[in-house]
Ligand binder design. Structure first.
Ligand SMILES: [Mn+2]
Length: 280
């Protein structure tokens, strides 16, 4: 049985916050590589565009990619808005199209509604969308362009960590909460538009881990939205694990816990496990 593990938002290069979690490094993350034979890194794995943290992020990313290669695991890398790279892909259709994986920065009209670069990035996104084909590929290319507009802004490089910047600007808490509320619906709407056959959408980006079932309230076939959260404090890291047989998929959202100074999957929970018929 093929096993796929999906992770996002490791943010290699961003400073560690003293919160009792080990630093995010290839060696502390190594136990996760024992879980699958296919790993999907679903964006924002390293902050490669940051003018001061980018080199450190890139070094950790290179080490992590070497470790994955040495482990003999198949790898799929997907762009995020912090590690947009033309040589990588923007999405993956897994399990015969039943599972649609993308980072999530393209879901709404605003990629980063709580950051100071918000307006510049939203303007860039609107402009790029107007110019690009109305396809999944065109839309995600527009989102990549807008992501790079974030890194053209001085203010993006001078931002302290998310937690400190939110502490300094409490109004941002309200913005984050409003965004978190609508994010799963935006994810479902994105799949309605570009991947109507997908039964599961796996994303990250918002750093709010969770599972939502959306669509039944509109009389549609419910779509499962799974968000893998993030590794930077105060986010809670999660992973999606897919066991695929010829007839069925077993999809789990698993929390990631710390044990003996390393990150590993927490035990299974039946509340976060779904069986899905494999499309013909
Ligand atoms: Mn992101």
């Amino acid at each position: 049985m093929a096993r796929t593990l999906i992770l996002s938002d490791l943010h290699f290069g961003l400073p560690e916050v003293p919160c009792g979690r080990p630093p995010r490094t290839p060696s502390t993350l190594a136990p996760l590589l024992n879980e699958a034979d296919h790993l999907v890194l679903n964006g924002d794995i390293a902050d490669i565009h940051h003018e001061r943290r980018g080199n450190h992020g890139m070094t950790l990313l290179d080490e992590w990619l070497s470790m994955i290669a040495r482990a003999g695991i198949a790898l799929t890398r997907i762009n995020g808005n912090h590690d947009f790279d033309c040589s990588q892909r923007d999405f993956a259709d897994l399990c015969g199209g039943a599972v649609f994986v993308t980072h999530g920065h393209a879901f709404g009209e605003s990629m980063l509604p709580w950051t100071p670069a918000h307006r510049v990035v939203s303007d860039a996104l609107r402009e790029a969308r107007a110019r690009n084909p109305q396809t999944l590929e065109g839309d995600l290319a527009a989102a990549g362009e807008a992501a790079m507009a974030q890194w053209g802004e001085k203010i993006s490089h001078n931002e302290p960590t998310a937690l400190i910047s939110i502490g300094m600007n409490p109004w941002r808490v309200a913005r984050v909460l409003a965004w978190w509320r609508k994010f799963p619906r935006e994810a479902a709407a994105y799949a309605d538009r570009f991947r109507p056959a997908a039964q599961v959408v796996v994303c990250g980006h918002s750093h709010r881990a969770g599972a939502w079932s959306i669509g039944a309230e509109r009389g549609m076939k419910p779509r499962r939205i799974l968000n893998t959260g993030g590794f930077t404090f105060p986010s809670s890291p999660h992973a999606v694990l897919i066991d695929e047989s010829a007839s069925e998929l077993r999809v789990q959202l698993r929390s990631i816990r710390v044990r003996a100074g390393r990150y590993e999957l927490a035990p299974e929970s039946s509340a976060s496990c779904w069986r899905i018929q494999r499309p013909a």
